[in-house]
Design a binder for this molecule. Sequence first.
Ligand code: ASP
Length: 586
Amino acid sequence: MYRTRTCGNLRLADEGLIVTLAGWVQKTRKMGGMTFVDLRDRYGITQLVFNHEVDAELCEKANKLGREYVIQVTGTVRERSSKNPNIPTGEIELVVSKLNILNSAVTPPFTIEDDTDGGDDLRMKYRYLDLRRNAVRKNLELRHKMAFEVRSYLDKEGFLEVETPVLIKSTPEGARDFVVPSRMNPGQFYALPQSPQTFKQLLMVSGFDRYFQIVKCFRDEDLRADRQPEFTQIDCEMSFVEQEDVIQTFEGMAKHLFKTIRGIEIKEPFQRMSWQDAMKYYGSDKPDLRFGMKFVELMDIMKGHGFSVFDNAAYIGGICAEGAATYTRKQLDALTDFVKRPQIGAKGMVYARVEADGNVKSSVDKFYSQEVLQQMKEAFGAKPGDLILILSGEDAMKTRKQLCELRLEVAEQLGLRDKNKFACLWVVDFPLFEWSEEDQRFYAMHHPFTSPKPEDVPLLDTDPGAVRANAYDMVINGVEVGGGSIRIHDSQLQDKMFKLLGFTEEKAQEQFGFLMNAFKYGAPPHGGLAYGLDRWVSLFAGLDSIRDCIAFPKNNSGRDVMIDAPSAIDDVQLDELNLKIDIKEK
Ligand code: ASP
């Protein structure tokens, strides 16, 4: 037996016990005739003591231990004279009588400590060492606990976990597919699932009634902090349900997770907002509702007073930052620069402070009388000490998105994006289609299997752009943590949907014939949702990037720098797969 206890569980009550521990040397320090070693394993750190006077040879051996050596020690638990209140084992130490070096270690490229000196790239290259650090390990422990609680909740609700294949055919979720060549079928490729969407619908046709799967999905798209090429979904589907049933079930799951993982009783029902309102008042389909600063439209008040920027605008709108009139000219200039950055693209920003006497002082005072400025102030319900920030533009949607960025930035600066506060929201009534100016065609806003709202079905023939979908997203603190829809279960309606999306009959048959056929054999009404596990974990762990809750993530170029993937394959393999590489100059 390598050990009788772990490095995390000895307490004062264990004083006098003789135990054996095993773990990694975090650090050693010499003090007088004593040597102290911090021994670490997954469970914690225990202080070891070696006394030169008692056993000089053993102490010498301890002095030679390097960082990250793997050792086994036997000793007696003793109360510490100087206690460390910061760790659970801080009241005791182990007086070592036997030391066995199980393995040596070369010096790690960065310190294995909470505040490591390792930069991002280095830590990714040696991710197995990075994973020894508390912070990263804790995230994975949280992830495990979440997956466990998800299974527990869904099992109680009657969901069955069913695995679906990974080598499949394209599932349209709006991203590019990762493809895998088939050796046995020359010239043919599998696609990795962007989601198990079609399979879970087929399981409903099979009568499984309630399915879930914690499953890897693959999407070849540009990476951001909340995206990885492979990520994990809690994928679910239910039969004989309407939107309300799905929302209730998964609001219940959110509540369960908040309670069991964070110990928070979250208020129900969650707020609901139509997509239309989300875009109008927050410029985003995933508004962060931890704070206010709802957009106020100012076209009626501010247009037509000779300020040409506003006079030519299709949209003028702003936000009111409570108590922020103290912003200096320098801070306001910095905000103007922020919205003018090419990624955001605003032309400028107008600001107005409400002064102590209620008067409004703005950056465009020469165009507006105090009377008009007072009307504007009223529109925001602004009080003395508040700061109003206004953007305008020739494209209303674009300007709202810019205002959304400004709202988030100001909230960040004012400390309103508190990671321990949670604002949960359902965004509903999404448009079914999204028009692409570039391609001059409709795309499915969610995916092509999402059903239109029954009352909007007639519009499919007359005004497809106005059709609302039976779709819903769950948004927490501005993060889309999940989304789903009630599906089309009628093969004729599905046919029509494919046509509107520009599929020819042959193409639809070729791609989705299996699903359309299945629908002919008695498909129940069904719907579902997928939660993003990575996003949930990073939200609960207070992380800025989902990378930190994934054991072996990819970097921003989609590379795993530790194993060096993707990489070239050799000619024999290429030959077997009937593949030729022809890299185009870009
Ligand atoms: N398959 C969808 C997605 O990955 C989720 C769903 O509609 O259930 O976003």
